[in-house]
Design a protein around this ligand. Structure first.
Ligand code: ADP
Ligand code: MG
Length: 481
């Protein structure tokens, strides 16, 4: 299956080919033709499976085919009485995303996929961006808006955006937006758009609250669920290292980051403060490290991510929210300095490595009291995470005897060997032990370590194509390797 065969306009095929994509991913294969045909879509597929192009390519196709030309740029021009006059922007397409980083990524991808389409403009409307800058962007009357819900509402309420001509609405990572409490904003935004719009919703799960909303805002949607049970993060080796105390943890972190197979790493901390402290400490130790968290200004966050992409930052120390959606293929290591609060965040964290068909290594530094948290993650991912011991960094207390599989060192990028233990070694079928199997009611119950985490499906893995390995075991290349 080729991108031409999906029915996409030649300019789009050209841009996609230049991006190094040779074949559509499974989700693209299903979503693109349906979206071109005008269907509403409800899509769940794993992180890294190429969902951005799955909605953006057909959208661009529709915009270019309809030869949509927005009204001329509506410069905020000065009237006679010196008052700035501003006509509301009338976008044709709106993409809602949970975070600023994700919105910027979608905008960048749109520019890439639409690079041969002259008249299409895409802009991000984000919290944290200076207001005059946003007004300037909106005054160009862009065809495509990519926005986080909160800031968009501000602009809608002050009459800066008019959705009466909107044709396509996309909710990206809808489950996450609901997690972040955006449901009222989303409802308000959807209500302001024409009933005849095309709606595409992407989410790790289509159960529960997200599913209810999804069905309310779509018409006769085509439901696309790309099974991921068989290929959850198989290109990412996962390990647990037990540590005795903070000093042991810090020494081990330093050691792991000096691994010669380490190209770039993301280290996750529980708090913004720790992200800053550890980044400082690593810098002093000679690593090119930088922190990324929600207290930083947008400009600083963007600069840090740019430096990461350019390879100037080798170790990013980040909190969960800030790191969501980071897509830098050269990240070889993810280190959980602190375990995430919720098992689904573990899946998102480790998905920062092993992007675009590469291999990755995800290491969790765990003190002995956190054994239960690891078990919860294992139940959630239905995978065992082997315990490893590095020579010279052995914990004083040995790990639980059931946990075998310790295998010091050994992982090299590209060796394709998964350290995951064989399934069936331990059973996950005890429903009483599993936190709310199958249930999904995160709005009803406050989440916390003690409440158990809602289960989410289909958020594991990264796109590696349907046949990631050829017979000789080498990885299929996506061109940007
Ligand atoms: P998702 O939103 O499903 O997590 P993204 O849209 O962010 O995934 O895509 C993940 C990565 O895969 C990006 O680096 C993207 O450029 C790349 N990608 C997307 N589609 C293809 C394709 N058809 N072939 C190769 N790489 C692709
Ligand atoms: Mg995405």
């Amino acid at each position: 299956m080729s991108f031409e065969a999906l029915g996409l306009h030649a300019t789009i095929v050209k841009a996609v080919t230049e991006s190094g994509y040779t074949v559509p991913t499974p989700v693209q294969e299903q979503a693109v033709p349906a979206a071109i045909a005008g269907r509403d879509l409800l899509v769940s597929s794993q992180t890294g499976s190429g969902k951005t192009a799955a909605f953006m390519l057909p959208a661009l196709h529709k915009l270019v085919s309809a030869d949509v030309v927005a009204a001329p740029a509506q410069d905020a021009s000065r009237g006679r009485n010196e008052r700035v006059r501003f006509t509301a922007a009338k976008p044709k397409m709106l993409v809602l995303t949970p975070t600023r980083e994700l919105a910027l990524q979608v905008t960048t991808a749109t520019e890439k996929y639409g690079s041969y389409m002259r008249r299409i403009r895409a802009v991000s409307i984000l919290g944290g961006m200076p207001y005059p800058k946003q007004m300037q962007l909106l005054s160009k009357n862009p065809e495509i808006l990519v926005a986080t819900p909160g800031r968009l509402i501000d602009h809608m309420e002050s009459g800066k955006i008019d959705f009466s001509e909107l044709e396509i609405l996309v909710l990206d990572e809808a489950d996450r937006m609901l997690d972040m409490g955006f449901i009222d904003d989303i409802e308000k935004i959807v209500a302001a758009t024409p009933a005849g719009r095309q709606t595409m919703l992407f989410s790790a799960t289509l159960d529960g609250v997200v599913g209810n909303m999804a069905r309310r805002i779509t018409k006769d949607p085509m439901v696309i669920q790309i099974a991921s049970n068989s290929n959850r993060h198989e290109n990412i080796s996962q390990r647990v290292h037990f540590v005795d105390d903070l000093s042991h943890k810090n020494r081990l972190l330093d050691h792991l980051l000096r691994d010669e197979s380490m190209d770039q790493a993301v280290v996750f901390t529980a708090t913004k403060r720790d992200a800053d402290t550890i980044a400082d400490r690593l810098n002093i130790a000679g690593f090119a490290a930088a922190a990324l968290h929600g207290d930083m200004h947008q400009g600083a966050r963007n600069r840090t991510l740019d430096s990461l992409r350019r390879g100037q930052v080798r170790v990013l120390v980040a909190t969960d929210v800030a790191a969501r959606g980071i897509d830098v293929p050269t990240i070889t290591h993810v280190v959980n300095y602190d375990l995430p609060k919720f098992p689904e965040d573990y899946v998102h964290r480790i998905g920062r490595t092993g992007r675009a068909g590469r291999n990755g290594l995800a290491i969790s530094l765990v003190n002995h009291a956190e054994g239960m948290n690891i078990k919860r993650i294992e139940r959630f991912t239905k995978q065992l995470i082997p315990v490893n011991v590095v020579e010279g960094f052995e914990p004083k207390r040995s790990a639980a005897p059931a946990r075998s599989g310790a295998r010091p060192g050994g992982w090299k990028p590209g060796d394709g060997r998964s350290a995951a233990a064989k399934p069936g070694q331990r059973s996950f079928s005890k429903p009483s032990a599993a936190p709310r199997e199958g249930g999904y009611s995160r709005d009803a119950a406050p989440r916390g370590p003690s409440t158990g985490a809602p289960r989410r499906e289909g958020s594991g893995g990264g796109y590696r194509g349907t046949n990631p390995r050829s017979a000789d075991g080498s990885r299929r290349s996506f061109g940007d390797n």
